[in-house]
Ligand binder design. Structure first.
Ligand code: ADP
Length: 543
């Protein structure tokens, strides 16, 4: 919302300036009234001849409370100057003045604090009404003085009683102002007592606003100045709730007095107009809030997408770096390993006669270890090259790919007296070398992990939901379901090397290749129940 920008700074400076302006206005207008009393200028003390004047003690109390507010505006925590101490004393004096006047009004006490200055000019004359301090003025002073004294006192729920006191004083003033504008004496002249002067009412209203603006980040002001939707609602509706009925009432009252309407009609129009205006206001505001919520959601979604994008880019980068690292590391490891293997073989051949049987056995172990390491490195290299060294996809016939894999396994098939059957396999888009490797690894495992019976292997492909599901089924030793995930992780094997040879990389490589082709791989099996490995590949477009 647009108006949030006003309040997004840490401490809205313009509110502090407004508070100072209000304090200065209160003190200056009261000083003018006092000057009016000194000079005998009626226009300064009562504006119009038939209006109630501001009492001189009231004027002094306003100067005190205005000065006190001005001095107390700097936030707590700054060192207290002598002026601030004076401000406290003046606020306490204002409390005293208000209290004495109230006591006098309530008890009929003979001490009149408001008759201490210019006493001879205060009484009512034919030309002017009396100029005492009104009881509602005294009450408002009591509240304002107390508010300044307790300005920074905060309760546990972060509310500030001082703000409530200033608000009540402001409401008393508002009542008087509405009373003046409607000529409704009861509102500014309680129980027939002397009325509150118009300038006095204006001064209290200005003081109340200035007081609230002095601490824009605490108590009720915390919500009003907050950049939240709650803050926006408060900022829009509080002024509307005061001014709309006030102005509407004044207009209708004037119309009724001029006999345009009867009072029942005026009240009905007031009710209907208030309902209409506030419904329109609520609707307009609901629309704004709705839009601002949508905007916020959009921003949040964009931010989330941006984060996701960033995270994906980071992941891709680190993945590439890791692949390069694995590729370079395994490539460089091969060199020294080859040297170890060849010198061990040389040693074995040349010193065959000079070495005893134990030494030859040790060399045999070392050579075996070196060969194993070579196999591991080769597989690791193959794994790391799936992404980096894969060729561009082309249309390939899986029938041919499978035949090539079977050719490569011919010796193992014969040795194990295995039977290998297969269905007609489809054409797909992919990397010929890598898909050959997948078939070779899966059929190779089916040959390797056989039980007592000769291996019987079946390779098939079924079309389902827009993809080909390939299967490689055997009658071998099977796999425990708890190991279904583990076997696809690099270097994970379920058997000792003495039982079944291998590096534990075959299925990890298959998984990587299948995923590169946009497919999935999984196994269904049980101990001694044979295994079926499945993998999917997308159906050729138009196929
Ligand atoms: P390797 O064959 O080198 O051990 P693989 O990654 O190909 O590595 O397989 C991992 C493990 O999964 C094997 O060690 C084996 O325990 C199990 N496995 C794979 N294929 C089969 C199969 N057809 N039948 C039973 N177990 C299998």
């Amino acid at each position: 919302m647009k108006d949030r920008a006003f309040f997004t700074q840490d401490e809205p400076e313009w509110l502090e300036r407004f508070s100072r302006l209000a304090a200065a206005f209160v003190a200056a207008s009261a000083a003018l009234v006092l000057a009016g009393w000194v000079l005998g200028a009626q226009v300064l003390v009562r504006i119009l001849p038939n209006m109630v004047a501001m009492n001189p003690v009231t004027a002094i109390a306003f100067i005190c409370v205005g000065f006190a507010l001005w001095e107390r505006i700097p936030a707590k925590g700054q060192p207290r100057s002598w002026k601030q101490k004076v401000a406290f004393i003046l606020a306490a004096l204002v409390v005293l003045v208000g209290t004495l006047k109230l006591v006098q009004c309530l008890t009929g006490w003979t001490f009149h604090i408001d008759r201490l200055l210019f006493s001879s000019r205060l009484a009512a004359t034919d030309a002017h009404p009396a100029s005492e301090m009104a009881p509602n003025t005294a009450l408002a002073f009591l509240l304002c003085g107390l508010a300044v004294l307790t300005m920074d006192f905060e309760l546990k729920d972060q509310s500030r009683p001082a703000q409530v006191l200033a608000l009540i004083a402001g409401l008393i003033a508002l009542l008087a102002l509405i009373g003046y504008s409607y000529c409704a004496f009861a509102l500014y002249r309680p129980r027939g007592a002397i009325p509150m002067a118009l300038i006095t009412a204006v001064n209290f209203a200005v003081f109340g606003l200035g007081f609230l603006a002095a601490r824009p980040r605490s108590g009720i002001m915390r919500i009003i100045t907050s950049p939240t939707n709650g803050g926006a609602v408060a900022r829009r509706f509080v002024p509307m709730a005061i001014f709309v009925p006030w102005i509407l009432g004044a207009v209708l009252l004037a119309a009724e007095q001029k006999a345009y309407f009867r009072s029942e009609s005026a009240i009905s129009i007031f009710a209907v107009a208030t309902i209409f205006i506030f419904t329109a206001l609520v609707w307009w505001h609901a629309k704004l809030l709705h839009k601002s919520d949508l905007d916020r959601q959009l921003i949040e979604r964009e931010r989330a997408e941006e984060n996701l994008h960033q995270a994906t880019a980071n992941l891709e980068r680190s993945n590439t770096e890791l692949q390069q690292f694995a590729c370079i590391a395994s490539h460089d490891l091969n060199e020294p390993l080859r040297m170890i293997t060849s010198y061990l073989q040389l040693l074995e051949e040349r010193s065959k006669d000079k070495l005893d049987s134990q030494a030859r056995e040790f060399i045999g172990f070392a050579l075996d270890g070196a060969h194993r390491m070579q196999a591991l490195i080769t597989d690791l290299l193959a794994y790391s090259r799936v992404e980096a060294k894969g060729t561009a996809f082309e249309e390939i016939d899986c029938e041919q790919v499978f035949e090539t894999a079977l050719q490569n396994l011919r010796v193992a098939v014969d040795e194990n007296k295995a039977t290998v059957e297969h269905q007609r396999l489809p054409k797909v888009r992919g990397d010929r070398v890598q898909l050959t490797q997948v078939f070779q690894n899966l059929v190779g495992n089916a040959l390797k992990f056989h039980g007592a019976a000769a291996p019987r292997i079946h390779v098939g492909a079924n079309r389902h939901n827009g993809e080909w599901i390939f299967s490689v089924r055997d009658n071998g030793i099977g796999i425990n379901p708890k190991d279904f995930q583990r076997i696809f992780v690099i270097f994970q094997r379920l058997h000792a090397r003495q039982e079944y040879s291998g590096t534990g990389m075959g299925l990890a490589i298959c998984k990587r290749i299948v995923e590169r082709h946009g497919g999935r791989i999984w196994v269904e099996s049980g101990p001694q129940k044979g295994s079926t490995f499945f993998f999917t590949l997308p159906v050729l477009s138009g196929g």
